[in-house]
Design a protein around this ligand. Sequence first.
Ligand SMILES: [Zn+2]
Length: 181
Amino acid sequence: MEVARLNACVDLPISDDEVVVDSMLGWLVRWLRILGVRVTYNPSFDDYYLLNVGHVLVTKDRELFRRRTKLSLLLITSGHVEWLSILSLVLGFPLVLNMERSLCPICGSRLIKVSKDLVIDKVPQGVLLRHSEFWLCTGCGKVYWVGSHHARMGKELEIARGIQGALSTQCINGNLLVIRE
Ligand SMILES: [Zn+2]
């Protein structure tokens, strides 16, 4: 079953330090940033920008994909976790949580580790009591910590790694098809 397609038969992973993610894929954007991938995203991108931007474009829009001449990835499956497996294969980042590498899922800026007293008035009391490590976004100022959601995310990544093991590629008519066995 074909789950995604690149519009060129290139060697994977591709070497781009940033991707542009099409509108409506906000879930994917947040995950990619958490996994340390630099993403340009705007829910109201215009067509001209999307057609011409130089970085790899990730989209679910077949018409846009057909018109693009620059490198683009079309997501065919609608399985969200499958998207992570595909993007990891294409961009070469590991499917593991590492706060040292994470970017802010909201704004994409770098996170820096800060001491508890710097976030004392920014997080709930209970969180302060239970946690000792905090990260602060250098862009929007949001504070992050390793909470219960990390366990859930770890499980999703485990599933994504399993799916990735079942992915292969095939070059057909100048397109690189990503196939799930
Ligand atoms: Zn931020």
